[in-house]
Design a protein. Structure first.
Lengths: 269, 397
């Protein structure tokens, strides 16, 4: 019986390890292809070269896409972060019938299939002249991104010890100053995490971008999609690699922030 | 409860208000609009207002009232000037594709000047013979809106005939097949994900702190990488001369490259890759909360590993399994880009047809009807999910 248990455990471990390889493998497998000296997307590499990156930088189309993506991502963060933070603060300090329903509704852009959001917003924006504008894209991305801010700030608030607020008040601090000097520093990691989530949501989003952008508003994922479908070459892999690098840096940043936040709450207690 | 005074609640609601307004305008209004478009049917009414008005009192049988002929001539004469006859033709064409040309043809064939027309019926029938029979009139009558179940029925391959009875549409069950395919693929991906996620989450939960945080990064990096990049990566890896085929041939496991993309296999592999982290994370959460030595206790009391797994472990992680499964299933219904890049024509899911009818065939009514079906299915499952896990745990952390 013991050996049967061992076998089970061994098989389970093997599968788990293969799953981790399966998860990370494809991402790492395409990165070297962007440094290929030749133009074929297969191994072995035909020498190493940065020429595909140079080609991306030499193409105005990619430049437009990069600047559109950064612009839209930044504007989305600027809108979604305050909207989500205020709502999280509001929900945490109130209690009413239907609060759970309201919360579920405010989170729903995260769950509703993006194609539905994209098509719905397209039908709605087209008559308003907001289709094929960056403004329209920012508004749509903000709707998609705001639940993530709500989640991260709410999570930070739920760990936060309310007696601190009363302590602040009993020591004579005005509500606003308690907020600024007690609440803000504690939920700051939550807000920062939310902002990172918001940026990623916008920066990686392609389905809404298909519906809401014309040639002049194309974002990086939108160009990447065209490249993948029409002309799959190492420049596409170079852009994909850049997107992977951005994701990795943001994930690392997020991990660091959450690590620090955990230390902070531990100190508090 | 004491911290939640009435005054605080009002203040709190004021803070939520900006987001409620924003999402109301930018998210919920568009969704409501899409639901509306699935039942609104105004195209014909806008192009042929007089015709629709005269047919309002018709009973739909035999030939229409005499005034209708004049109405059609005047409406199509105007439509020719404003170049909107194509719109009306398109809408009539949804009803019966063969009648499309009757509208456009008549609009072209009408005389240059209709102020001197004495016999409207003769003029109209001279422009196109079809106006003498009832088919085209039925089509206009049935398509005149302003609301109808036409698009919703089309989304499940049904249509009404002249008497209003429902029949199977003549499209080889296209959309019912799409709905079934979407359901089957989502279910398959969910089952694969759960099977793979169980051992993976178990390893994560039982590994030491350092190993566990490292593995967590390995799990989160794909989750953070855009779906588009991951789909493109799979396309490159799985293609005929891609990494996977190269490796299998080098190992002499296969002689010819396998067809792994532009088919069901490619879609299943990539969707599993994309959704697996969503299955692992909730399972990991549940497993982490279980006391470590429970299984040891079970085996010391004489339970074999299989028995201990089914009687002790599984019942406790069951809520996690259903939460993970439900979440993966909901998400799997909505992917557009992944099947687009990795599937063939027969592997496209509901989102593809929503996009196709929006941008290619420009049938917004049908796109909205298909979208409404997907939206309603998602919302129902979402509420089941919220009930299961609790609203404060929707966030995936």
């Amino acid at each position: 019986m013991v050996s049967a248990g061992r076998k089970w455990k061994l098989a389970s471990r093997m599968i788990a390890i293969l799953v981790f390889v399966f998860l990370i493998g494809p991402i790492f497998a395409i990165i070297p292809l962007s440094f290929n000296g030749g133009s074929i997307l297969a191994y072995p590499l035909d020498g190493l070269s940065l020429k595909w990156y140079a080609k991306v930088l030499d193409t105005p189309r990619w430049w437009t896409a990069i600047s559109n993506s950064v612009l839209v991502g930044t504007a989305t963060v600027a809108l979604a972060t305050p909207l989500g933070t205020l709502a999280a603060l509001g929900l945490s300090r109130s209690n009413f019938i239907g609060k759970a329903l309201l919360t579920a509704l405010l989170m729903s852009p995260m769950i509703v299939p993006t194609i539905i959001t994209a098509v719905g917003i397209y039908f709605y924006f087209a008559p308003l002249g907001l289709a094929n504008t960056l403004t329209g894209l920012v508004l749509a991305h903000t709707a998609l991104a705001v639940p993530f801010v709500l989640v991260t700030v709410s999570a930070a608030l739920s760990k936060f010890d309310r007696t601190l607020l009363r302590a602040g008040a009993s020591l004579g601090a005005a509500p606003l100053s308690t907020f600024r000097r007690v609440t803000m520093p504690i939920i700051m990691p939550g807000i920062a995490s939310g902002a990172i989530f918001a940026f990623t949501t916008s920066f990686d989003e392609v389905v809404v971008a298909i519906m809401l952008t014309g040639p002049a508003q194309r974002t990086l994922p939108r160009e990447l999609l065209s490249g993948t479908r029409e002309n799959l070459d190492p420049t596409v892999m170079a852009v994909a690699t850049v997107l992977i690098a951005v994701s990795a840096v943001l994930l690392l940043l997020l991990t660091l922030i959450q690590h620090k936040a955990r230390k902070l709450t531990q100190k508090q207690r | 409860m004491s911290v939640f005074s009435f005054k605080r609640s009002i203040g709190g609601l004021l803070l939520v208000l900006p987001l409620v307004l924003f999402l109301g305008l930018v998210f919920f209004a568009p969704l409501a609009g899409m639901l509306g478009l699935s039942i609104l049917d105004k195209e014909l009414r806008e192009v042929l207002p007089r015709t629709v008005a005269t047919l309002e009192h018709w009973d739909g049988g035999g030939t229409p009232p005499d005034s209708a002929y004049e109405a059609v001539v005047r409406d199509l004469f105007d439509a020719r000037q404003t170049k909107t006859a194509g719109m009306a033709a398109r809408r009539v064409g949804y009803h019966d594709n063969g009648l499309r040309s009757v509208i456009t043809g008549t609009a072209r064939a009408l005389p240059k000047n209709i102020s001197g027309v004495a016999d409207w019926k003769e003029t109209l029938v001279a422009a196109d013979q079809s106006w003498a029979s009832s088919g085209i009139w039925q089509a206009i009558y049935r398509s005149s809106g302003p609301v109808s179940d036409f698009f919703l029925l089309s989304a499940i391959d049904l249509r009404r005939d002249a008497t209003g009875a429902m029949h199977r549409a003549n499209n080889e069950g296209l959309y019912v097949n799409v709905l079934l395919r979407t359901f089957v693929i989502a279910l398959t991906v969910t089952l694969i994900c759960l099977l793979l996620a169980l051992p993976t989450a178990e390893l994560l939960a039982s590994a030491g702190a350092t190993a566990s945080s490292l593995l967590m990064l390995v799990l989160l990096l794909p989750l953070w990488t855009s779906v588009l990049v991951r789909s493109a990566a799979w396309l490159v890896i799985l293609q005929t001369n891609g990494v996977v085929n190269q490796a299998l041939m080098k190992l002499q496991l296969i002689a010819e490259p396998l067809a792994l993309v532009y088919n069901r296999t490619g879609v299943l592999i990539a969707l599993t890759h994309i959704l697996l982290p969503y299955a692992v994370l909730p399972l990991y959460g549940v497993m982490k909360s279980l006391p470590k030595n429970q299984m040891l206790a079970a085996s010391s009391l004489g339970a074999g590993p299989v028995e201990a797994f089914f009687r002790i472990y599984l019942p406790q992680i069951a809520p996690g399994v259903s939460a993970a499964g439900l979440l993966v299933f909901i998400l799997a219904l909505g992917y557009y880009i992944t099947p687009l890049l990795l599937g063939g024509a027969g592997d496209q899911l509901l989102p593809f047809y929503i996009a196709y009818n929006t941008t290619q065939s420009i049938n917004w009514g049908l796109a909205s009807a298909l979208g409404s079906i997907l939206l309603v299915a998602t919302v129902l499952l979402y509420f089941a999910y919220v009930r299961l896990v609790g609203v404060e745990r929707i966030g995936l952390g």
